[in-house]
Design a protein around this ligand. Structure first.
Ligand SMILES: CC(C)(COP(=O)(O)OP(=O)(O)OC[C@H]1O[C@@H](n2cnc3c(N)ncnc32)[C@H](O)[C@@H]1OP(=O)(O)O)[C@@H](O)C(=O)NCCC(=O)NCCS
Length: 166
């Protein structure tokens, strides 16, 4: 065995999600969220949302998927918005900023594509670091703690109404 003490860490790449990543992403999501994942209200949204692989990203390190963020097209009332989630980072890779990097990349790609807002269901203490705030007037297709309904908008737009298909 050769020791390489000065070997640089493997390069981390953010790439668009492709069908070839699906099996590894599913395994990562299962490890991150467990079997209860499909009971979440976000899954009810994803049942009618339109998946946007060109705005969804994987983090690849040494050929393995170590992080994922998915984006979906929905509307709030008549306003088109992107719905973010799930977001997951492999446990061994956490606390190095990769989660924030994935969120930022997906939000920026959405904005570049002309999308005016990103919505998600998640913890404010985590997502406020990447510009999300409580969206008090948005309703979801199921019960949810209103403090977990968060949005990041371009400009001062206020989102209001039910989340529905575009
Ligand atoms: C949430 C998650 C994606 C963060 O990934 P990450 O690469 O560690 O994120 P970052 O490095 O950008 O941020 C890490 C920081 O966020 C904090 N953090 C993680 N989850 C948090 C949460 N739910 N609420 C508040 N803070 C949280 C960490 O404690 C850490 O704090 P520190 O910077 O003070 O050490 C990762 O922990 C994960 O996959 N968790 C399981 C799945 C999950 O909960 N996804 C989010 C669904 S809403």
């Amino acid at each position: 065995m050769s020791l390489q003490p000065n070997r640089p860490p493997p390069e981390l790449l953010l790439v668009n999600e492709a069908p070839a990543h699906a099996v590894e992403i599913e395994a990562l999501l299962h490890r991150a969220f467990g079997p209860g994942r499909f009971a979440k209200v976000s899954e009810r949204v994803r049942e009618f949302a339109d998946f946007a692989p060109e705005l969804s990203f994987c983090a690849i390190e040494a050929g393995k998927v170590v992080g994922v963020v998915r984006m979906w097209r929905v509307a709030v009332g008549d306003q088109p918005v992107m719905f973010l989630g799930p977001l997951a980072v492999e446990e061994s890779e956490r606390r190095h900023g990769l989660g924030a990097q994935l969120v930022e990349r997906a939000c920026q790609a959405s904005q570049d594509a002309g999308e005016a807002a990103v919505l998600l269901v998640g913890d404010l203490p985590y997502f406020q670091r990447t510009g999300f705030a409580i969206a008090p007037d948005v309703t979801l297709p199921g019960p949810v703690d209103a403090r977990r309904v968060l949005a990041r908008t371009v400009g001062d737009m206020a989102l209001s109404g039910p989340v529905k298909a575009r």
